[in-house]
Design a protein around this ligand. Structure first.
Ligand code: GLN
Length: 410
């Protein structure tokens, strides 16, 4: 990012952008120290990657994108396409149809393992190749070209810009893809794969060959983090329930046989690809994309993993690292001279916020004449919270107190 020498205007976003991007630079400096790994070399296009390239980008659900290093350098998305194509398949066919063909269990095995459920022949999950080939084949379309166009358009909607296929990578993937073809035949034999193997694997090779940058990955992750709505373009790409399902599968299966240690160290749903990219998402907050070509033995980017450990720590994003004092939805409590109490709420009201509010209301039961809960600034209320609140208000009213709740969203 270029920095002008002059002081920014008081309303400028620059100081924040510089602070965030400065923190990202430090994350990269730390990740750069990680040694080892080797660039994928099963096809020339990946073998030619520059092992020194290193990038990180963060996209917020507010629609801002921050980046550092080679964050605009294109590389092939590879397996990071899998969760997004899974989401697209569920969007087209629904949860049950897809779940009938691809499971949810972490295989604990490498990405190209033959992990098929005994009996049904279902691939263990959509993040390993066998499952990804099937999910990709589930996206419907009248011809192979139109089917793939739907996949490409869907990936583009997640990224918020038109993504293109690197045709040379596609040609190489196809020329060397016999193991994936074998996985295709195994799923065809059990009736799980709905298409001829060559059509299915060609679409899969093409989706793996889509070019992205770390910034694209960040926006794609932020779209999942933002309940399926791309925060940059505003487009609702998938339903909230599909985004949730996709993140769940990423959390348990996204890093293959490293998924357990990953959840301990980084604590975020994620997906890696042999192009050197890794994508992670913190639901409700951010999407993160990193890029560094050298891979460890499991096919995960060595420095990419370290960069994500760094971002997770610097921004305190680990999912199980919650605030010790829960957020309160109570903005103010004003007790009038005649015992008329006004409790003003704002933001989200979840179970814990409702519990705090009920405690507050009960505390006034003895002396208040009336209580008005002003909920006009509440942005969201969980159904469970609304129920508990209604019960508590009813109880106070039964005790003779005049309780009014004003403006709680449905
Ligand atoms: N194209 C690669 C393959 O199917 C993608 C694997 C990956 O990124 N882990 O073998």
């Amino acid at each position: 990012m270029s920095t002008a020498p002059t002081d920014p205007a008081p309303g400028s976003a620059r100081p924040l952008v510089e602070a965030v991007e400065g923190a990202l630079e430090r994350v990269l400096d730390e990740a750069r120290l990680a040694r080892g790994g080797a660039v994928a070399d099963y096809i020339p296009e990946l073998a030619r990657a520059n092992p020194e390239h290193l990038a990180v980008a963060v996209a917020s659900v507010g629609g801002n994108v921050y980046g550092a290093g080679d964050d605009r350098h294109p590389f092939t998305i590879q397996s990071i396409s899998k969760p997004f194509v899974y989401a697209l398949a569920v969007r087209e066919l629904g949860f049950d149809e897809v779940a009938g063909r691809v499971g949810f269990e972490p295989s604990g095995e490498p990405f190209n393992a033959i992990s098929l459920e005994p009996g049904t022949g279902r691939p263990a999950n959509p993040m390993i190749n066998a499952g990804a080939i099937v999910t990709s084949a589930l996206v419907p379309g009248p011809t192979p070209a139109e089917r793939f166009e739907r996949i490409r358009a869907g990936l583009s909607a997640f990224a918020g810009r038109q993504l293109e296929v690197d045709e040379r990578t596609f040609a190489s993937e196809r020329a060397t893809g016999d193991r994936n073809r074998a996985l295709g035949y195994l799923t065809l034999a059990t009736g799980i794969l709905p298409l001829p193997v060559d059509d299915a694997v060609d679409a899969y090779f093409r989706q793996c060959s889509v070019l992205v940058t770390a910034r694209d990955l960040a926006v794609m992750g932020a779209t999942l983090a933002h309940a399926g709505v791309n925060p940059v373009t505003g487009e609702a790409v998938v339903d909230p329930a599909i985004a949730k399902r996709t993140l769940s599968v990423m959390a348990t299966c996204g890093m293959y046989d490293y998924s357990g240690e990953w959840l301990v160290r980084v604590g975020l749903p994620a997906k890696s690809g042999v192009g050197g990219g890794v994508l992670a998402a913190q639901p409700g907050q951010v999407g993160i994309g990193v890029f560094s070509p050298p891979l460890d033995g499991r096919g995960n980017s060595v420095r990419g993993v370290e960069a994500l450990v760094g971002v997770s720590q610097a921004y305190e994003l680990h999912l199980f690292d919650h605030l010790t004092r829960p957020r309160s939805a109570i903005e103010s409590v004003v007790v009038g001279p005649d015992g008329d109490v006004v409790v003003t709420l704002r933001g989200e009201v979840d179970f814990i916020a409702a519990e705090q509010l009920v405690d507050e209301l009960r505390g006034h039961a003895g002396e208040a004449r009336s209580i008005r809960v002003d909920a006009r600034a509440v942005t969201d209320v969980r159904a469970v919270a609304a129920r508990f609140l209604a019960v508590a208000a009813g109880h106070l009213r039964a005790g003779g107190l005049d309780v009014v709740v004003d403006g709680l969203p449905g």
